[in-house]
Design a protein around this ligand. Structure first.
Ligand SMILES: [Zn+2]
Length: 249
């Protein structure tokens, strides 16, 4: 199943080894992240399966500007006029003005691992080698909770990228953490709350430090950028990821 309801009016969309989330309020939707370039059809099919039209998406919010999260933003804007927002720091990254990402060489060095090799083939098919700048992206229009379905509140979580944001969803008691905090990844042997392997992070120590403010939020549902959603008090989730971080390579 490519999508699943994970909380009241919150749905996960499973792209190519990456998660996206839809928040619903009446006829209107908010999309958090947009998968790989090749995942656009999965978003459209999910929206339609839920009885909506892509035009019901009021905005797409971006946790960070890596290729596995910006994928369909240009398609959604060109085809349906859907705006995209991210943190002011991440705007230049999304526009391709600078880069803070793993390189193909980082991946090639790890292709001896079977799971990583299979993942590399899947993401290559999904557009993993294709540059995908997002010229239409803007900074969040307001501070604090956004006037969008689900009332998502951006939480700065710099580290994985300099302008990374998580989104607190107060109505659902959930946090969409992007790649600051995940629960699985094909390049990791660990299942459960964790940071991504070091080569994915612009700064792993800052990523770890960014977990501290997340632990204080009222939430008991983790909506990660990669891996299954996870129901536990967020402070416990952060503690587990912090413990695991001591073993990160
Ligand atoms: Zn990612």
């Amino acid at each position: 199943m490519r999508y699943e309801q994970v909380a009241d009016e919150v749905f996960v969309i499973r792209g190519t080894d990456v998660n996206m989330f839809l928040l619903r309020e009446g006829r209107d939707l908010t999309l958090i992240d947009a998968g790989w370039y090749g995942d656009a059809g999965i978003i459209e099919h999910t929206v339609e399966a839920l009885g909506h039209k892509p035009q019901d998406i009021q905005a797409a919010l971006l946790t960070h500007a890596h290729l596995d999260h910006v994928g369909a933003l240009n398609h959604l804007h060109t085809r349906y006029g859907i705006p995209a927002y991210t943190s002011p720091t991440e705007v230049g990254h999304a526009k391709g003005e600078f880069h803070e990402s793993a390189t193909p060489l980082d991946v090639i060095k790890r292709l001896g691992d079977y799971s990583t090799c299979c993942w590399a083939l899947r993401i290559t098919r999904a557009g993993g080698l294709r540059k995908n700048p997002v010229p239409h992206i803007h900074p969040f229009p307001t501070e604090g909770p956004l006037d969008l379905p689900g009332a998502p509140t951006p939480i700065p979580t710099p580290g994985h990228t300099s302008g990374h944001s998580a989104f607190h969803l107060p109505q659902a008691g959930a946090i969409a953490t992007g790649d600051t905090l995940v629960t699985a990844h094909p390049t990791s042997k660990h299942q459960g709350p964790q940071l991504l392997p070091r080569f994915f992070n612009h700064n792993t120590e800052e990523t770890l430090a960014a977990l501290t403010p997340l632990a204080l939020l009222p939430a008991d549902l983790l909506l990660p950028g990669h891996g299954p959603t996870f129901s536990q008090p967020i402070a416990d989730v952060v503690a587990a990821a912090t413990t695991h971080a001591t073993t990160l390579t």
